[in-house]
Ligand binder design. Structure first.
Ligand code: AMP
Ligand code: GLY
Length: 426
């Protein structure tokens, strides 16, 4: 009989609750801790996710066998390198590998060098006067452009511009906010349908999860400011064999080859943010972790034991494992607090959680004296399952109707994507 394991999940969002829930199904797990976790998670250890020293001390004293890292900030700051030094097993890429997310300049240069299908770009700098001419030339060649600040900006570093005047204004703002040393990417604006594709990577081999779609804007029909994500579903309907093959050949394979050629040791989840254009799939961005809210649908859709996958990634033995998926579709509706992604109220009482029999992953919640209270902008993820997408979406909205808190807000159009470009790839 194998020895049971103790696992810790780092982070406090819906993604981390979903990871803990999925790990909890493993027969090889004895106990799961959440650092710091939320109202929905158990065995919460209230430490700062950037306080590596205290996290290592906890892992040592609680005899944690694996630390699973949810968010990007600790990965970008090198938590994996730190824990490996401290003799603690950790799931998540090291600092060098995490640059695929933490530096847009690095990621764009990597894509170009390794022939990964992606948007044309040029790098500009605040200090360099010649940049202005390049910016204008670039804009004139393209049908709109997108400006990206080099570093992590919590989803707020990307600006879509429709005129050279706007480009100049945005660049000026970035330089003012981040200083004259800020590096900036200006890239071709792509048109099409966006999907998220997540892969487990063990340094050499990879396995893909089901393709999913996020809904980033706050309002219905993708209007308003970007958020962390207001809902997701998987798999993506109407994605043909031919398009799937193009995605693998044009984006996934060259990326993995590039990682190998650069001598990067990549162990963890690699997230491909893809735009499916009429000319084929293009990588918009890499993330070095599971997506939020994508994790809240792709993990319920995964049948294979997550601990087995995580250990195989760490040991470099992913090829000995096949992924299996549950049949049907999964949809996640995010219940948020009015005002999010701007200012919002906290400490509102959540009711009705017991009356929904389906899955609910907590995000901005906390437990006080047996009651659940809101504690963040994105509060809950209500997940539905069905034989087809509309059944899954309906099931999730049934759950949303049973749950309530003062000031609640959610999108009414999750799963209504038309995906004309995906459908055209027959
Ligand atoms: P990123 O953080 O690079 O994924 O950008 C955030 C969002 O901006 C993406 O999810 C897209 O919706 C949008 N975006 C980024 N790059 C482009 C592009 N080249 N063309 C069109 N939209 C883009
Ligand atoms: N859902 C987008 C992200 O996790 O970055």
């Amino acid at each position: 009989m194998s020895v049971k394991m103790q696992v810790a999940v780092l982070g406090s969002g819906g993604r981390e609750h979903a990871i803990a829930w999925k790990l909890n199904q493993s027969s090889r797990i004895d106990k799961i801790f959440s650092i710091p976790g939320n109202g929905g998670t158990s065995n919460n250890i209230l430490l700062d996710i950037m306080d590596f020293k205290s996290i290592a001390e906890f892992c040592r004293s609680a005899k944690i066998d694996v630390l699973v890292v949810g968010p990007e900030a600790p990965l970008a700051a090198g938590i994996t390198d730190y824990m490996v030094q401290a003799g603690i097993r950790v799931f998540g890429p090291n600092r060098q590998a995490a640059r695929l997310e933490s530096s847009k300049v690095f990621a764009k240069q990597f894509m170009k060098k390794h022939g990964v299908a992606s948007a044309a770009f040029t790098e500009i700098s605040c200090a360099d006067k010649a940049s202005e001419g390049r910016m204008k030339d670039f804009f004139l060649k393209e049908d709109g452009c997108v400006i990206k600040y080099d570093g992590l900006a919590g989803g707020k570093g990307v600006y879509v511009c429709d005129s050279p005047v706007e480009v100049k204004k945005v660049v000026g703002e970035i330089c003012q906010k981040y200083g004259s040393q800020a590096r900036i990417i200006i890239e071709e604006k792509l048109y099409g349908d966006e999907i998220s594709l997540l892969a487990f990577v063990d340094g050499r081999n990879y396995h893909l999860l089901q393709p999913s779609q996020d809904h980033k804007q706050i309002y219905d029909n993708d209007r308003g400011p970007n958020t962390g994500g207001m809902g997701a579903f998987c798999p993506v309907p109407d994605l043909s064999e031919r398009l799937w093959k193009r995605i693998i050949e044009d984006t996934v394979e060259p990326t993995l080859r590039g990682i190998h050629e650069e001598g990067i040791v990549y162990r963890g989840v690699l997230y491909f943010g893809l735009m499916i254009t009429a000319q084929g799939p293009r990588v918009l961005e890499y993330n070095v972790r599971l997506g939020d809210p994508e994790a809240q649908v792709v993990l319920p859709a995964l049948k294979t034991d997550l601990l087995d996958i995580i250990t195989a990634c760490i040991e470099g033995e992913l090829s000995s494992l096949q992924l299996e998926f549950n049949p049907g579709y999964f949809a996640d509706i995010v219940m948020a607090m009015a005002g999010y992604p701007g200012k919002y109220e906290k400490d509102r009482l959540i009711s009705g959680l017991q009356s929904y029999p389906g899955l609910v992953f907590h995000a901005g919640t906390r437990m006080e004296k047996g009651s659940y209270l809101t504690a963040g902008g994105r509060v809950l993820n209500v997940v539905g399952q069905g034989e087809n997408l509309s059944e899954a979406v309906n099931a999730a909205y049934q759950g949303v109707k049973k749950i309530s808190f003062p000031g609640q807000y959610y999108r009414k159009d999750i799963g209504n994507r038309l995906n004309p470009v995906i459908k055209s790839f027959v």
